[in-house]
Design a protein around this ligand. Structure first.
Ligand code: PXP
Length: 236
């Protein structure tokens, strides 16, 4: 199973000070050298973390696979056509949300999705759609010509410690089985952590997981001791 590393929150730390560190471009290189199979960024319309400059440089630097998460707008289509990421993952986006809150509603926005996907595919960009593990959504994806999906593990992750865990896991299993039968390329992600990833990683039909927040959070702790030692050495 492949791992796509979402580096948005490296940029979140940088944007907290509007300075030039930490640089997501450097983060992408480290992640790739460590074995990441792909680098994912979400260029949000409010540019709260990843900036246009990051996309431009990452396109030049990323050697594995650059996956751009984007809203289904013509503004974002223009950006994608300019920089040509390897994959575009279509996601819902609202200004008020802290992070992506659910899958894209393909039943409701099917026509727009088909239009956006058409522009991207014509430029040789693979199109993936972020959807909830819901059979109706999968059927709508199929009807709209979508053949690559990223199943939203957000609800499973949110309920991981609650009594709904098995119910959410069951939804994932059913969606994975259906998607596999329909011959979709199946990815999954959102909210996955070192503690809850196991049952999802056990689903062999899933070819790739996209994980961001938990990896970046863990990186801070793995690196904090060395970072303090280095500064202490410098000021002494
Ligand atoms: N997949 C999609 C479509 C996302 O929007 C995100 C968050 O940007 C992720 C995966 C990664 O989620 P997390 O940061 O919770 O690992």
């Amino acid at each position: 199973m492949k791992l796509g590393v979402n580096i948005d929150h490296i940029a979140t730390i940088r944007q907290a000070r509007k300075t030039d560190e930490p640089d997501p471009v450097y983060a992408a290189t480290i992640a790739e050298l460590a074995g990441a199979d792909g680098i994912t960024i979400h260029l949000r319309q409010d540019r709260r973390h990843i900036q246009d400059r990051d996309l431009e440089l990452l396109r030049q630097v990323v050697k594995t696979k650059l996956n751009l998460e984007m809203a289904i707008t013509m503004e974002m289509v223009k950006v994608a056509l300019k920089h040509k990421p390897d994959v575009c993952t279509l996601v819902p986006e609202t200004a008020a949300e802290i992070t992506t809150t659910g899958g894209l509603d393909v039943v409701m926005y099917g026509e727009k999705i088909e239009e956006v996907a058409g522009h991207l595919r014509a430029a040789g960009i693979e199109v993936s759609v972020f959807v909830d593990p819901d059979i109706e959504q999968l059927k709508a994806c199929y009807k709209r010509g979508i053949r690559v999906i990223e199943l939203n593990t957000g609800e499973y992750a949110k309920n991981w410690k609650s009594s709904f865990r098995d119910q959410e896991l069951d939804k994932m299993k059913k969606a994975v089985a259906f998607a596999h039968k329909m011959d979709f390329k199946i990815l999954a992600g959102h909210g996955l952590t070192y503690r809850n990833v196991g049952p999802i990683a056990a689903m062999k039909e899933i070819v790739e997981l996209n994980i961001g927040h938990s990896i970046i959070a863990n990186a801070a702790f793995i690196g904090l001791e060395k970072a303090v030692v280095n500064m202490k050495r410098l000021i002494e």
